[in-house]
Write a protein that binds this ligand. Sequence first.
Ligand SMILES: [Zn+2]
Length: 343
Amino acid sequence: MHLLVCLSIVSLLAAGSSAGAVRTMRYTSRAADEAKAWQKDVRTRLQARLRIDDLLRERNRIALDPQRLSSVDQGSYTVEELEIRATPGRRIRVIVTLPATQKGPGPAVVCMGGHGSDWHSAYDANTVSKDAARAKADRIYGGFGTALAAKGYVTISTTVSQHEIRETGRLLMGERLWDLMRCVDYLESLPQVDKARIGCAGLSLGGEMAMWLGALDERVAATVSAGFLTKMDHMEQNHCLCWKFDGLRELVDFADIYALTAPRPLQCQNGLLEPPSQFYVPLARAAMEEVRAIYRDLARPENVVLDVHPEGHVIDLPGLLYFLDKHLQRGITVWLLNSCIVR
Ligand SMILES: [Zn+2]
């Protein structure tokens, strides 16, 4: 009897210590096939914790059912606003830009804004109408969606800045991510889009969502995650905790989530004017060192880049365009440009 009591106490203590464990699935350097097995395992665990595993299984049976709300000719591209079906019971609004002339399927980018943003934030006032306050708040994005549209990319954006859960039983981060996956579904349905050349880009919370989308949706061929790379211990302070959910810290840190993107191209951007309390460059450099390990193990060390730029919490637009052109555009001209331009 005493032995049983003692064993119970020991197991309780063990349970207590495991409940406090963090980053149990941390990536450490290993052989390529083991690295891929690690990615598959971590992806599966995260999908379950994000409560989107059922939607992923059902995805092909959930019709997109697009409904166009408006269409505006902007010369070299058209701007459409639509509603698409996110889940059987929920629809979302998206903005899509389509090039006016195109020889065949081309590249596309999912564009994401941060806290306080909406589905128009990645675009400047030449593309979408916005009031003065919104235009001022959106300056940090540098109109990167408009810049991509003008270069002939198909682009899509939806709102991910909400802090309320929209469907019972879901998770905030899971709903945000799922809506972005549905944006990829919609891009794949368009004849103008080359399915092998779909990228994603975002700043701040949008950079976080780019991390998640690149990590968990293997259809994403290139990711730009701006103003987000850091460590979870740091994000526990001075920041909205909407990034956190049950079971996340027990499994991974941000570097491990980014590691799920490998060997697909990944650019993180952090500005030198970010203060120590925010997305501080020395922390980003340390986290990036952890991300680099899996790119080396998968023999693509050149595919991961930390773009440290001289500004603050903003998109480095030239850096973003250079990286996405390099990995999503094709043709001798782009190859020559990429070979000749030194940044
Ligand atoms: Zn938040």
